[in-house]
Design a binder for this molecule. Structure first.
Ligand code: PLP
Length: 406
């Protein structure tokens, strides 16, 4: 079928048969390899978005493909009523690189955080009087299920679904005194993203994070780090807590874990790792042999191909190059760590940049009218970085020029 008619056909099906939750770009991707994508016309794109931080080892990494191919011909699913080897090998490897004791596998980031919140509530309810309050940070994004939505402190996501789960206290980002005040003996947990991703790549300050750790330890609350986006090497270490030197009691991850396949993990250490008991939580699909084999292959690829080092080096390079654009383009701010980058335009044209960039052959994302976010594969090469930056620069330049003539 001719490519434009394929796009039109899919757009018609979208309108007729799919709930309209997604605003999609008008492109049909048919192939991916490393940091490159191809559309149905055979045009190539540099992927600076990586499926929203999922394709950390690039598209169709040979190790992941081979692991999946091998496993899928042997055994696809039997449920968690039985043992299957890949899940247990993965559990051992993942908890080791994450510095945690135990893991519960699930199927997404939101599910990982739901598990974390359940551990927190059960933990707090053991106390007398029970501690049921959860402290969350303004601008956070923890998922779209009811529990996680209740701690996703952004009105646009929450309003239509209220009432949400009770007992959530929200503090402004990086407001240390508000945080200290909000954490009391009634608090069972503090949940935060060490760098807020969906709201625009905003790092939480070291002072704020240290205060969270300190107060949680003082009152006996659990510190939950949501590393669904920052985890699995995205910022240049396996998890961001390892750079910060602030260890959470519970650590969640998902996105990049499965090399493109859906898997999430809620990890815990110390006493928090023993809170959930038989029958407390579960998931039919979770940790199945195919996704577990893919995740194990993903970790091995990151480790054996030096992707953590590359994420640091190439992330620095991308930020430095974008900083140079400031000499002639209105770029207000550049944030992030490793391969998690956000930059602000001084004009509210980020969404126009996304669609122009796509026309120029580079995939990026806007988290707001002003912020462009890049989440490239950790193994992005210098050549791919240069090509992607060139295409993105052309797009930003064009949008800025058009805005100045409007
Ligand atoms: N937590 C963070 C920090 C995220 O960035 C996301 C998704 O963007 C989630 C949780 C939810 O993950 P999922 O979409 O896999 O449910």
């Amino acid at each position: 079928m001719e490519a434009t008619s394929l796009l039109h056909e899919l757009q018609t099906i979208d309108t007729e048969c799919i709930m309209s939750t997604y605003a999609r770009q008008p492109v049909v991707f048919v192939k991916g390899c490393g940091a490159r994508l191809w559309d149905a016309n055979g045009r190539d794109y540099i992927d600076f978005l990586g499926g929203i931080a999922v394709d950390a080892v690039g598209h169709c990494h040979p190790r992941v493909v081979q692991a999946v191919q091998q496993q899928i011909t042997q055994l696809i699913h039997v449920s968690n009523l039985f043992y299957t080897e890949p899940q247990f090998r993965l559990a051992q490897k993942l908890t080791a690189v994450a510095g945690m004791d135990r893991v519960f596998f699930c199927n997404s980031g939101a599910e990982a955080n739901e598990c974390a919140l359940k551990i927190a509530r059960k933990w707090g309810k053991r106390k007398e009087p029970p501690a049921i309050e959860i402290v969350a940070v303004e601008g956070a994004f923890h998922g779209r299920l009811f529990g996680t939505l209740s701690v996703t402190a952004q009105a646009k996501y929450q309003k239509p679904y209220e009432p949400l789960i009770p007992g959530v206290r929200v503090v402004p980002r990086n407001d240390v005194s508000a945080l200290r005040e909000a954490i009391t003996p009634s608090t069972c947990a503090v949940i935060l993203e060490p760098i807020q991703g969906e709201s625009g790549v905003y790092p939480l300050s070291a002072e704020f994070l240290h205060a969270a750790r300190e107060r949680c330890s003082e009152v006996g609350a659990l510190l939950l780090f949501d590393e669904v986006q920052t985890g699995m090497g995205r910022t240049g270490t396996w998890f961001l807590w390892q750079q910060l030197g602030i260890q959470p009691d519970i650590l969640t991850t998902a996105k990049a874990l499965g090399g493109g396949l859906p898997i999430g993990a809620c990890m815990a250490r110390g006493e928090a790792a023993d809170v959930l008991e038989k029958g407390d939580h579960g998931s039919t699909f979770a940790g199945g042999p195919v996704v577990a084999a893919a995740a194990l292959a993903t970790i091995e690829a990151i480790e054996s191909e030096g992707m953590l080092q590359n994420a640091r080096a190439m992330g620095d390079y991308l930020r430095q190059q974008i900083a140079l654009w400031r000499e002639h383009l209105p770029i207000a701010d550049i944030r992030g760590a490793g391969m998690m980058i956000g930059f602000d335009l001084a004009v509210p044209k980020a969404r126009e940049v996304v669609s122009t960039a796509l026309q120029k052959g580079v995939v990026v994302n806007a988290t707001s009218e002003k912020t462009i976010r890049l989440l490239p594969p950790l193994n992005l090469t210098r050549e791919e970085a240069e090509e992607g930056l060139h295409r993105l620069h052309t797009a930003v330049e064009r949008v800025v020029l058009e805005a100045s003539h409007a």
